[in-house]
Design a protein around this ligand. Sequence first.
Ligand code: MLT
Length: 266
Amino acid sequence: MSRKKINSLTVHTFGKKENQAIIFVHGFPFDYTMWNDQIRSLQDKYYCVTYDVRGLGDSYVGDGQYTMEFFVDDLFSVIGGLHLNKPVLCSLSMGGYIALRAVEKEQDKFGGLILCDTKPEPDDDKGKLKRAAAINKINTEGLGKFVDDLLPGLFAEETPENMKEMYERILNHSKTYDPVGVKGCLLAMVSRTSTVRFLKKIKIPTLVMGGSFDKLTPPAAMRKTSEKIKGSEFAIVPRAGHMSPVENPSYVNDMIAGFIKRRVVE
Ligand code: MLT
């Protein structure tokens, strides 16, 4: 493993640089460690790159005035800084918002796209009000309360009990972030644009998958996204909620490896 700073972001690389690169972009409110299981399983065959999105983990927090466009520029700065050649872009939820917008801007930069538990639609009015309430809760009740209230809904009902150690590690870790950065991510998400109309223009190999018990981006919504991306592959991850890569890592790892073998690396 090697760790470096690129554009004030903490970037981690695993495996041999000459292998096909996969760049992993995490969801909210998490950091690169949510991809630990994927990296462990894929690093022998692929050059695995991941980083903490601005405001979360060890990356730069600054004033928290972020937009989705900053996040996309950050992603391109990691790709440029490491001279990655057509990496496969693997993303979850907020990471998927970043990925879809990045591909909308420059799809030729990528060898493939993996979308886990995410959506191309921007927040509707109800969603915008939920973001406002979230910022208010962090200000008035603290980040700990916000995380305690948010996290159970991101996992399948049985996960906190069945995967107690993992669940508690993620829960406690999310409470350690800088509230300024967490609120900055909420602002970036609420102000993001729609990528719905772009879906039919995606030409790179794409895999869409999501947890069978995902309440935020349920299987039917993920299927709808996949149907709009010509030739994309689609999978439902069993025994998983919105956090499918950590809830059912072996299934997700096999899907990623199979997809890259079939569609990206000849
Ligand atoms: C995530 O997992 O990244 C978030 O649920 C995304 C969101 O709040 O829209």
